[in-house]
Design a protein around this ligand. Structure first.
Ligand SMILES: [Zn+2]
Length: 240
């Protein structure tokens, strides 16, 4: 499995690191914030991907979808979108707001239910309810014996440890040590929360991302830390 980091910033982050978005095996896009098209071109040379999983409806995870749909239309293609109902409703409103309702015909919506796994491009994906300010999911992505947990935006979520034993953990870190109370109150986690989650999971490694404008400070951890880089590739097999 190849995880390409297209961006690793939160909504108010330094512009050059891009909004948090991942491409699995260069085929499945996880989250599609503003500039997703540009991120795909920079990192993969592809204008869009045919499979898009959206964790929740906040703009840094969703606003790039109309542009990808427009590119799919230009190629006579359709994008499979996998998301919970709350996101599907937001997608319809978004396309209406930007005057592109007709592009909805170039989306094939697949509704997700937390706890019910689905298959996409040879990957088994299990959505789990996250603890955010809007309905949101975390994802466990598995193929063969290799698995990855993507937290999405969430306050500490004990559910991840239950399903993610032995997985690589990609966890949001919207705050630094000492900021737990404020971060958790806004449905986010700090680097301390992420390290704790990785240790509880028995994760093979932790990739902290979704930084804000402050540089992340990661506390000492009994787990390997993998630093994301723009367009960098993470291969979970290497950490087993
Ligand atoms: Zn969010």
């Amino acid at each position: 499995m190849r995880i390409r980091v297209l961006g690793y910033g939160g909504w108010l982050s330094s512009h050059w690191i891009g909004y948090t978005s991942l491409a699995i095996d260069d085929e499945v896009l996880i989250d599609v914030g503003e500039c997703a098209h540009r991120q795909l071109m920079e990192c993969l040379g592809k204008p869009y991907l045919r499979h898009v999983v959206i964790t929740h409806r906040h703009g840094d995870h969703l606003l790039g979808l109309p542009t990808l749909a427009l590119w799919a239309k230009a190629f006579g293609d359709t994008i499979n979108v996998y998301a919970i109902e709350d996101v599907a409703e937001a997608v319809a409103l978004l396309f209406k707001a930007v005057g592109q309702e007709r592009l909805l015909g170039h989306l094939d919506m697949h509704l997700l239910e937390p706890g019910k796994s689905f298959e996409v491009a040879g990957l088994e994906v299990l959505p789990l309810e996250a603890r955010h300010t809007v309905p949101a999911v975390s994802l466990r992505i598995r193929r063969g014996g290799i698995c990855v947990v993507v937290s999405g935006d969430t306050a500490p979520n004990p559910g991840l440890a239950k399903v993610g034993r032995g997985c690589l953990l990609i966890h949001e870190t919207s705050g630094n040590p000492g900021q737990e109370e404020a971060a958790n109150r806004h449905g986010h986690s700090t680097t301390v929360d992420a390290v704790r989650a990785a240790e509880e999971m028995g994760a093979t490694a932790l990739v902290p991302l979704h930084y804000y404008v402050h540089q992340p400070v990661v506390p000492p951890a009994a787990v390997r830390i993998v630093i994301p880089t723009k367009c960098g590739v993470i291969e979970p097999e290497k950490f087993v």
